[in-house]
Design a protein around this ligand. Structure first.
Ligand SMILES: [Zn+2]
Length: 415
């Protein structure tokens, strides 16, 4: 959700950002970033070329473990596969969590070789989320190079299961483990560095199956057909009007069922993705989906009776089964934090100017988690087989640092 931030708060805090930027330790850290762009790009390529479909992230996790270890951090892996590196602060207790997800939407077997063309790199998943991963490592390393100490403990985590049916299992585990110690969370994700995501979209993903007796297309004609029933239900559901404010969307992303053209199937299944900026709207949409499918089943049962053959007993009825694939609650940054976000801009310009003048002054990466709420994925991009990067890494690194800096002085974490 794009939101206008209060200008007065931004202006009032800009001086503090300038002050922070002039700290020699910060300057050292940013200088290290500026001089090591080639290293960052190379590591982004290396990460990208290790396949990491959701639930198969382990090889990439091993590599991230190695990279974070090189930053002088103690690294461990939790029991779901998250790679976690803690950078102790001066005060025990509260932590700032910086995350980037390990997994991609691309299935096993996808060619993930990075193709370079001048200053452009392209490959499946190079932005979502090798950008975030390499930024995670680069920020950790730059902090070390700058010999920066923080008051709170920083936790760098490469988390599993962010995409699709991963259902945020890695992030859920992190939130569960750190619990009340979590003060702030920053999620670095994707190529867009010109905005901060300050609100998380809620989503529900469900698989709906309609089961029936099945039969032969000729001899059993009249038996209720699960594909007919689902089709009838879907035809109703897709006519549902959804709100544009708060934005609410739906998608039937997969449909399957049946075995041959001349048999009545005994099962048909759909997978549906529902999203909204409002939990209330999502409740309505989910109710509409359930009602539509039920109506489709009822209609098909009635049609079967009309066709002149009563469904065979006791298996002549249709049954609906619903399986939840994912639940992601909505979240929103507190207003006090929102008002601080624009203040990172001076450092973004400042950092980028040191490295390449042709890059736009794009501040901050994505911050998607307020306090202890779960983040929700930005629109995944399963329809985009190739993510491209043009100076992406550089922007992500400086942006990640900016997101970091803005939090540091806001918390105040910075020492
Ligand atoms: Zn992502």
């Amino acid at each position: 959700m794009e939101t206008a931030f209060p200008q007065t708060a931004a202006a009032g805090n800009a001086a503090r950002v300038e002050e922070l930027a002039s700290d020699p330790r910060v300057a050292r850290a940013l200088d290290w970033l500026a001089k090591n762009v080639a290293w960052v790009n190379d590591e982004q390529v290396h990460i990208t070329e290790i396949p990491a479909p959701s639930f198969l992230e382990s090889a990439r996790a091993v590599y991230l473990r190695k990279l974070l270890s090189c930053c002088g951090l103690r690294v461990r892996t939790d029991d779901v596969g998250d790679v976690i590196a803690e950078r102790p602060g001066e005060v025990a207790g509260n932590v700032v969590l910086v995350t980037a997800h390990l997994d991609t939407v691309f299935p096993p077997g996808t060619d993930v070789k990075v193709r370079r063309n001048a200053n452009r790199m392209a490959a499946p998943g190079i932005s979502d989320n090798s950008t975030g991963l390499v930024a995670l490592v680069a920020v950790a390393r730059a902090l070390n190079e700058g010999k920066i100490k923080t008051r709170m403990t920083l936790v760098f985590a490469a988390d599993v299961g962010e995409e699709g049916e991963g259902n945020l299992r890695g992030m859920r585990k992190l939130v569960e483990n750190y619990g009340d110690r979590l003060r702030y969370v920053i999620a670095l994700d994707g190529a867009s560095t010109d905005h901060v995501t300050a609100a998380a979209v809620a989503s529900r993903r469900v698989e709906i199956s309609v089961l029936g007796p099945g039969g032969h297309s000729w001899s059993d004609f009249g038996v209720p057909n699960p594909i007919h029933a689902l089709s009838r239900g879907l035809a109703r559901f897709v006519k549902v009007r959804v709100s544009s404010e708060p934005r609410t969307t739906f998608n039937v992303g997969a449909i399957e069922g049946g075995t041959s053209v001349n048999s009545i199937p005994d099962r048909a299944t759909i997978k549906v993705d529902l999203r909204s900026e409002s939990e209330g709207e999502l409740d309505h949409l989910e109710a509409a989906l359930r009602e539509a499918i039920q109506a489709g089943v009822d209609e098909e049962m009635a049609a079967a009776r009309d066709r002149g053959i009563t469904g065979r007993e006791p298996n002549g009825k249709l049954e609906i089964k619903l399986r939840v694939l994912g639940l992601r609650p909505a979240g929103e940054l507190a207003e006090t934090l929102r008002s601080l976000l624009p203040c990172a801009r001076p450092i973004a310009i400042w950092a980028i100017a040191r490295t390449a003048s042709d890059l736009p002054p794009t501040p901050i990466s994505r911050s998607r988690l307020a306090s202890r709420q779960f983040p929700s994925a930005q629109a995944d991009a399963p329809g985009e087989p190739i993510h491209s990067a043009s100076g992406t890494t550089l922007r992500a690194v400086s942006s990640a640092c900016n997101a970091f800096c803005s939090l540091c002085w806001a918390s105040p974490v910075w020492n």
